[in-house]
Design a protein. Structure first.
Length: 321
């Protein structure tokens, strides 16, 4: 294994550990052990590869998660939010939050209160003005009630969209991770999927339709510099799958997800996110839950008559209180 690949997989392992233990007291000793680097060198290696110190990365993730919780859990006390993202005292959280966002947590919550402005949720994933706006204004909606869940169907002039809220099982995935800008870069995603398919194909792990293709967005572009955005291009794998090099493995938690079923062109993904997280969410009776959103791809756009993508967008949700 090339040295740079070994470094990548070790740092990815640390990133995954931090994300899944963000509410805990993360120590240099613990994280250097996860990386298998000496604690005397780990900080320097991490900073060189991530372009920020370990402390800056942890604080940024904690602020990002705290902001999401303040928006989605409007009745949860700020003190509880602080504890849930790893701060031992409200004062240390308050100081860090104001330094990061330029306002207090209470002010931030009032500004982005989901109960009065649900369209702000996941605003990073959508443009301010929607190209679908005229069609959305003339939308027809039908609601179907099944034994276990509700299905929303939307009919526009040229689009038919279905959204449902279902309980999803945990998924184990192997991934290739990219750190940096990604919006609209189809060549980047092509390279990343080619890399994960080459790896999986050589191990007999590509078996469609059982194998699922997806992309996870770890960071909020509205709160994170483009150069630090983390994206994981994934395929589902059996739990016992062994990985090495720049291929990592993680699990996507099971739970309640809103799933929007879309047929979109390469330039319409942001519009699909906008519809699900704005139009649908605001009238659904649900609000975003803690967790990472992702896209699950259902076809090869090259084989579609109009070159479109069949994609399911998954957003973790919970009933609005």
């Amino acid at each position: 294994m090339k040295a740079e690949n070994q470094y990548t997989v070790r740092i990815n392992r640390v990133l995954d550990h931090i994300e899944s233990h963000i509410s805990e007291d993360l120590t240099l000793e613990e994280l250097s052990a996860v990386s298998c680097f000496s604690k005397y060198h780990f900080n320097r290696i991490f900073s060189a590869m991530m372009n920020e110190t370990l402390f800056q990365f942890i604080q940024r993730l904690r602020m990002q998660k705290a902001a999401a919780l303040l928006v989605s859990n409007v009745d949860e006390p700020v003190t509880e939010v602080a504890l849930s993202v790893g701060f031992s005292t409200p004062s240390s959280f308050a100081k860090c939050f104001k330094l990061h966002f330029g306002m207090s947590a209470s002010e931030f919550r009032r500004l982005y209160d989901t109960k009065s402005n649900l369209g702000q949720v996941y605003s990073n994933l959508r443009p301010r003005e929607s190209k679908w706006r005229e069609e959305i204004e003339a939308i027809r909606m039908y609601t179907e009630y099944h034994n276990s869940h509700t299905v929303w169907r939307y009919e526009m002039e040229t689009k038919h969209i279905k959204v449902e809220v279902v309980r999803v099982e945990e998924m184990n995935v192997a991934y290739v991770r990219h750190v940096g800008p990604y919006a609209g870069d189809s060549e980047l995603f092509g390279r990343l999927f080619s890399k994960i398919f080459t790896w999986g194909g050589a191990r007999g792990l590509i078996n469609f339709p059982e194998t699922k293709m997806l992309c996870i967005y770890h960071d909020d572009p509205g709160m994170t510099e483009e150069s630090k955005l983390r994206t994981s291009v994934c395929i589902t794998v059996p739990p016992e799958t062994e990985v090495s090099g720049e291929i990592g493995k993680m699990s996507i938690p099971g739970g309640l997800y809103a799933i929007g079923h879309f047929e979109v062109g390469a330039d319409e993904f942001a519009e699909a996110w906008s519809f699900l997280c704005g139009t649908w969410l605001s009238q659904s009776g649900y609000e975003p839950a803690d967790g990472v959103p992702f896209e699950l791809y259902l076809n090869d756009a090259k084989s579609h008559p109009q070159g479109k993508f069949l994609v399911d967008i998954y957003v973790p949700v919970k009933p609005m209180r």
